[in-house]
Design a protein around this ligand. Structure first.
Ligand code: ZN
Length: 364
């Protein structure tokens, strides 16, 4: 199946920097100025709620971003999103055009086919909520919802990591896996330009792969899952926990964070480990070990051409990626490991909202 590429989209820059004019799109059913899409990002923890208005070339025209202090219940998030939509898609922003499609990237378990949010692990009340119907009614336009890792995977394939590869013009033939290493760990698999959902939309839930029997407790209630070892939150908490036994680590963290230890990031912990800090090294080694096991198992199952790492942990860059690539070479069949490249995502913290827009633009 061919990818749904929109005529006039350039290959070089991510969607957020894309430039366009009224004449940029001269083929296809609609002119870029005749309509818009709305992208919505809802994070499971409440820390990121984003609404963006984009034109049909994917250029973001207006963005509204509001965090919540608490893990969101359905009502408070929807009230907030409603207000943000009213602001981002205000009539004066639409210049006579209308909203043609809405895409929503949700930080939780989503049944994409039925348009239902199954649950958000860190939040309340979302169980089996028909978000797709709600948003379609709210905006009087068709809506596509998906898990945020799936949306980010599609965005990286369309606009980010893949578009910069030498075989970018053949990305429709790629098997690409995106792994979002954030507060939780999510995965999105894009095969031939399409998100692979599996039978009940749980394909790619690699945060809940068992990698260490009887290992630490996971947010889902299980134990020894990848997310309980390698998520950004776990990495930070593990190092902060160990720092009570390692005065030099506590001092290093104090210096980096100006005394606000809780603000240390996973990327900074990878840097500390590279600089020889023993506690950070211990935590980072554990992450590399079990992430390596997870990747080796995934690679043997799906034989991907590219694995894109996103989320805060991926900010560690080569400190994360080079050892992982070596580990994959060590653990996998040569034919499998030679075919796969592990790269850092290009969209960074914007991956989810660009993903929501990319969902909305599919086949439009
Ligand atoms: Zn789990």
């Amino acid at each position: 199946m061919a990818t749904s590429r929109i005529p006039g989209r350039s290959e070089e820059s991510p969607v957020i920097q894309r430039q366009s004019g009224p004449l940029a799109r001269t083929t296809g059913k609609l002119l870029a100025t005749q309509g818009y899409v709305v992208g919505v990002e809802i994070s499971g923890s409440g820390t990121r709620q984003t609404v963006a208005l984009a034109n049909l070339e994917g250029k973001v025209l207006h963005t509204v971003r509001r965090p919540l202090n608490n893990a969101p219940d359905t009502r408070s998030v929807l009230q907030l999103i409603d207000a943000m939509i009213a602001e981002a898609a205000a009539p004066e922003h639409l210049q006579g055009g209308r909203i043609l499609r809405v895409g929503v990237a949700v930080g939780g378990l989503v049944d994409a086919r039925q348009g239902i949010v199954r649950r958000l692990h860190h939040a309340h009340e979302w169980n089996d909520f028909s978000l797709q119907d709600y948003m379609a009614e709210r905006l009087e336009a068709p809506c596509i919802i998906d898990n945020n890792a799936n949306a980010a995977a599609l965005a990286e394939v369309e606009y980010g990591a893949i578009s910069e590869l030498e075989n970018g013009n053949r990305r429709g033939e790629l098997v690409a896996l995106y792994i979002g290493l954030g507060r939780g760990i999510g995965g999105g698999l894009v095969v031939n330009g399409r998100i692979y959902h599996g039978i009940s939309s749980t394909a790619g839930e690699i945060g809940h792969m068992l990698v260490k029997e009887n290992g630490p407790k996971c947010s889902c209630g299980g134990s020894g899952h990848l997310e309980a070892i390698a998520s950004a939150q776990t990495i930070v908490q593990s190092v902060l926990g160990l720092s009570s036994q390692y005065p030099e680590t506590a001092e290093a963290i104090r210096q980096i964070t100006g005394g606000r230890a809780e603000r240390i990031t996973a990327g900074q912990i990878f840097r500390l480990a590279a600089d020889g800090d023993r506690a950070a090294r211990q935590v980072v080694d554990e992450v590399q070990t079990y992430l390596g096991i997870a990747l080796a198992n995934i690679i043997h199952l799906i034989n991907p051409g590219i694995i894109i790492l996103g989320g805060p942990v991926a900010q560690a860059g080569d400190l994360l990626i080079a050892p992982l690539q070596a580990r994959v070479t060590e653990l996998c069949l040569r034919e499998a490991s030679e075919a796969v490249r592990i790269v850092q995502g290009k969209l960074g913290a914007e991956a989810n909202i660009v993903g929501a827009i990319t969902l909305a633009l599919q086949d439009l």
